[in-house]
Design a protein around this ligand. Structure first.
Ligand code: NAP
Length: 336
């Protein structure tokens, strides 16, 4: 295949980022079509690059000039485009989460398996971040012994008013949910959520911060702190305590400076900057493997695991701190 001709559904924040990186940074792909419910927004990004502009995803997916799809609509709209892509037999890179419920994710998995060919990659880009790749290599080396527990933090400076308590799981912690089982190579068993004292800097309905705990089948416990109105910046931490040592996710290099009697190390303010290289690597590898007719990244089964786990955490948000079971069947050979 020459250039992979890509159609992007959803021209919002990350849609525009991905269109820009495919057009100006990556190789082997070209954005030939875009769609958005807000069609003027689609024109704004599509017209300068000569892309065909659609107002709905079905027309874009069925455009014969589109070889593959990138889906960057909000999570609740993913299922529709995923189903359209599966029906058309076209590969699709779908931003996380795969869908916003385990039931929907299962329907996607069943539809993909019925089609007999893997077509879906989910945008769990942490697996492409250099720091996460390094710490996975260290765990897998065995030099640190077995992982025992993890401490993860997901801090955001602020969120908009539409952000809900459930989104702290489905949109935010979903990254940790995916990356933790990938890092430690274990399946999840149960989930628990504790709500500590709440910040005043939020809308009254939102629970923030939240402390989430996931227990793996071998007994590994992962603590995930989500605090999305922390005000100081965007910071992701992950510490893995093992039998023979402790491994920390490296922080992105930021120059520290001395000024006015103090020493300062700035903190990133946005996810866009923190994971730029991971997004680049993730989409470049997706383009490369799609051109070869393969899906090598996180697949729909990984999306399902994340959603079953997320649903358990959402139930645990309101059950007074009790354990909620996480039940996912064994990974089918189709997804190994
Ligand atoms: P956003 O800014 O709200 O953009 C979504 C766009 O999709 C909006 O322009 C929206 O139009 C449009 N849209 C909604 N339904 C559509 C449909 N059925 N067909 C076509 N367009 C539709 O959201 P975002 O922040 O870019 O997030 C998009 C997705 O990326 C989400 O799943 C999010 O979780 C994910 N994301 C991932 C990361 C990451 O780190 N991997 C980071 C950010 C976002 P209207 O505004 O008119 O509804």
């Amino acid at each position: 295949m020459d250039l992979l001709r890509i159609g992007v559904v959803g021209c919002g924040a990350i849609g525009r980022e991905h269109i820009n990186r495919i057009t100006n940074k990556l190789s082997g792909g070209k954005v030939v079509a875009v769609s958005d419910l807000y069609v003027e927004g689609a024109h704004k990004v599509g017209d300068p690059i000569g892309a065909t502009v659609y107002s709905n995803s079905a027309d874009l997916v069925h455009d014969p000039d589109v070889d593959a799809i990138v889906c960057t609509t909000p999570g609740f709209a993913h299922q529709e485009t995923l189903m359209q892509a599966l029906e058309a037999g076209k590969p699709i890179f779908c931003e996380k989460p795969l869908t916003t419920s385990a039931e929907e994710s299962l329907e996607i998995v069943e539809a993909e398996m019925a089609g007999g060919k893997r077509l879906i990659q989910v945008g769990f880009m942490r697996r492409y971040d250099k720091g996460y790749m390094q710490i996975k290599e260290m765990i897998d080396s065995g030099a640190f012994g077995a992982p025992l527990y993890l401490r993860c933090t997901h801090w955001n400076p602020t969120v908009d008013n539409g952000y809900t308590t459930e989104m702290a799981v489905h949109d935010t912690a979903i990254h940790e949910i995916d990356v933790i089982h990938w890092l430690v190579g274990d399946d999840y068993e149960s989930a628990r959520v504790i709500m500590p004292k709440q910040t005043q800097n939020k809308n009254p309905e939102l629970k923030d911060p939240q402390l989430m705990y996931i227990t793996c089948k071998s007994g590994i416990v992962a603590a995930i702190e989500v605090f999305v109105n922390c005000h100081f910046g965007y910071e992701i931490n992950c510490q893995i305590v093992c039998e023979e040592g402790v491994i920390d996710l490296p922080k992105p290099a930021m120059p520290s400076y001395r000024k006015a009697g103090g020493q300062t190390t700035p903190i990133e303010q946005s996810w866009k900057n923190r994971f730029t290289h991971a997004y680049d690597r993730e989409l470049q590898e997706w383009i490369n493997s799609t051109r070869k007719g393969e899906v090598n990244g996180p697949n729909a089964w990984d999306g399902l695991i994340a959603n079953v786990t997320a649903d358990a955490l959402v139930r645990a948000q309101t059950n007074g701190g009790q354990e909620e079971p996480i039940q996912v069947g064994p990974r089918p050979d189709f997804y190994k």
